[in-house]
Design a protein around this ligand. Structure first.
Ligand code: CS2
Length: 458
């Protein structure tokens, strides 16, 4: 078992991270854990925006936890890069103090798609209750954007340089969207602050990748058996991990390149390929797989009909919309993704991937649909995951089961009022404008394709 290769007492906090869920602890914290072996300036202050769960689990173990890499070979590693965990609602001032500290140079985020508080068009959602709240009380924010802006405001007032902000969630152009939202929020408070952010703060776009199923009891038992240690919250992931960061961090940035991060000016190529091929197919397998009674990605990808659907989507629908970044062979990349889905060591629940469909499908599938329509090609197959999502919502509602989605109320209201015929049902779903932009919902080719897939069921 690998242990931190550095003296944790000598580590300084240089990074503030919002959202220390499983993905962060499997991914960015792992890269910083490697970096600390050569540069002690990049310890992490992890900030939970809502619940104390991570702090309560990790504090008794000094912030240390086990990362299990489950693959052809299994390995365990103790990660030491999280030096402090703060629970923002309990003590916002402690978070601001970290954000405003001169040593803090980088803020990273994994707050999921909905944590960006954006509208369907990708702008700051000024009607979002959290943003309404934060604009009224900027010194006591609840949103990630609210915290980022208040931290930047304090640095601006103190004459310090801004920190860079690296969005690490699965949104196309994540950094650009976050920058626009941050500047829009600041603009509403203080235009001088907004233009200082606009001109001085780097918001690199990033692509993050590593399959990280939620922690379960089986993992806890496995870690204990292998290491002899009780860990309240170990993390599991596949061995594969990738982080591509737009090369705009400038001087005084952590040397992420030295620990395997790709720094590039072509992040968009990587990010589109990953979002559309990996996440798009993940969501397809999730909705279509759950409807067929499968529980995990492994089961779904081993169902020949679903595997064929995944392959055809990748080769015939998604790859033609992508521009390969330098050095990436898209067909081989797609094949490698399917191989990763077949990892027998990873029990990745389809129900976990099915969460937040309203937030995920626009980036994962609808961008491909839009490009495909523009190119004049058929969207028949691309309509399958969308129709499967509708059936998934109907099934959940019929079972009286909860739907985990920020738009759950709206979606369930649609389901309750469905007229019950294919055309009427599809029209009702496509009227959810926060998911389906008007130009898409009004495109006869798209509507016909969704009706066909919905009528056939998958
Ligand atoms: C998954 C992702 O839960 C989901 O929606 O598609 O978490 C996926 O496993 C990661 O993006 C892989 O990098």
């Amino acid at each position: 078992m690998a242990l931190p290769a550095y003296d944790r007492d000598k580590v300084e906090i240089g990074v503030v991270h919002f959202g220390p869920g499983a993905f962060h602890r499997a991914h960015q914290a792992f890269y910083f854990d490697q970096l600390l072996a050569s540069d002690p300036r990049w310890g992490i202050c992890a900030v939970s925006l809502k619940s104390p769960g991570v702090r309560d689990a990790l504090s008794p173990q000094d912030g240390l936890y086990t990362l299990a890499q489950l693959d052809h070979e299994t390995s365990f590693r103790v990660i030491g890069s999280i030096i402090e965990v703060l629970v923002a609602p309990e003590d916002p001032e402690a978070v601001f103090a970290r954000l405003a500290a001169p040593q803090t140079r980088l803020v990273t985020l994994t707050v999921t798609e909905k944590g960006y508080t954006l509208t369907g068009e990708g702008k700051l959602d000024t009607a979002h209750p959290d943003i309404v709240h934060d604009l009224a009380s900027p010194g006591r924010p609840v949103s990630a954007v609210g915290y980022i802006v208040e931290g930047l405001r304090r640095r601006f007032a103190a004459g310090l340089p801004p920190y860079a902000v690296a969005a690490c969630d699965n949104l196309a152009d994540n950094g650009w969207r976050l920058k626009a939202a941050t500047v829009a929020f600041a603009e509403a408070l203080d235009p001088a602050l907004a233009s200082w952010i606009e001109q001085n703060a780097a918001f690199p776009r990033t692509m993050v990748d590593s399959i990280t199923p939620a922690t379960d009891d089986a993992l806890r038992a496995r870690v204990q058996a292998a290491t002899g240690l009780f860990d309240a919250w170990p993390i599991q992931r596949e061995a594969f991990t990738q982080w591509v960061v737009e090369d705009v961090l400038g001087a005084n940035a952590p040397d992420l390149g030295s620990v395997g991060v790709t720094l590039t000016d072509d992040v968009r190529g990587f990010e589109r390929a990953k979002l559309r091929l990996l996440n798009g197919v993940h969501s397809t397998l999730a909705y279509a797989g759950l409807l067929k009674g499968h529980e995990t990605v492994f089961e779904a990808v081993n169902d020949p009909a679903l595997e064929a659907l995944a392959r055809d989507l990748m080769a015939q629908d998604i790859i033609p919309t992508l521009t390969a970044p330098r050095g990436l062979d898209l067909a081989a990349y797609a094949e490698a993704i399917l191989d990763r889905f077949r990892n027998p060591e990873i029990r990745h629940l389809l129900s976990q991937i099915a969460w937040d469909g309203s937030q995920k499908l626009p980036f994962r599938i609808l961008g491909t649909v839009k490009d495909t329509l523009e190119a004049g090609r058929s969207v028949e197959r691309l309509a399958v995951p969308i129709a499967a999502w509708f059936h998934f919502l109907k099934t959940r509602a019929a079972e009286g089961a909860a739907v985990t989605d920020p738009l759950a109320d709206r979606l369930l209201a649609v389901v309750q009022a469905l007229p019950g015929d294919v055309k009427g049902d599809v029209a009702a779903f496509l009227a959810v404008e926060a998911v389906f932009p008007a130009e898409l919902a009004g495109d006869a080719r798209f509507v016909a394709a969704v009706e066909k897939a919905y009528g056939e069921r998958v």
